[in-house]
Design a protein around this ligand. Sequence first.
Ligand SMILES: [Zn+2]
Length: 206
Amino acid sequence: MLVRNTLTEALPLRARLGTVGLVLSLEGARYYVFHSHQSRDQIAGVNLQQKIALHHELLRGNQPYNHAQDQQKFMALLPFARAMVAQTHMEPEGRHAEESMIENWNNILHDFKTVRGHPPRWADVFLNFCPCQVINNNPSPTRVLDHTHYPISCHRKLQQFCSTGNRLQMKWTIYYEQQFQNAMGLNIHVGNLRIMKLPPYIAMPV
Ligand SMILES: [Zn+2]
């Protein structure tokens, strides 16, 4: 968990190649940065695919790509690639950035109370992409996060998270910069939760 005292310091940490990033601001006083990460098997598959593509380029240059042959190789080597990755400390399951925030809430709360001396009253979340929805291709699956069962998609997870437990007394605003895949971006206001596209009047530090 990356923690900073200003948005100017936290925002550059949000950008990480191939991930969706999130900055959680509690009362504009503490900033927590989270990223999405792929599952162990996804990482093994992507790495293997890239290695096969590289071999193809080195051995066969610009000869036409033999997809069937490479696919066969991919399937033959995949168990080996997975076994290699399983020996690392990598988490078996993937996480969307929102899920990592939910999972780490107790640590976040502990940090905030220690530094500020009281529980947070409001939160702003800055995402580079809109939370995934059930209409997206691969929304985050139903998952147990911090001993609690959450439904499919980060949109629904955030709704449940913000309307339960010690989050209920707080005001939550989730800002995103771009829509996710082709799904229409969210614009909702339910109880203490607002999800909207980052309005132009909020200047982000560059
Ligand atoms: Zn998601």
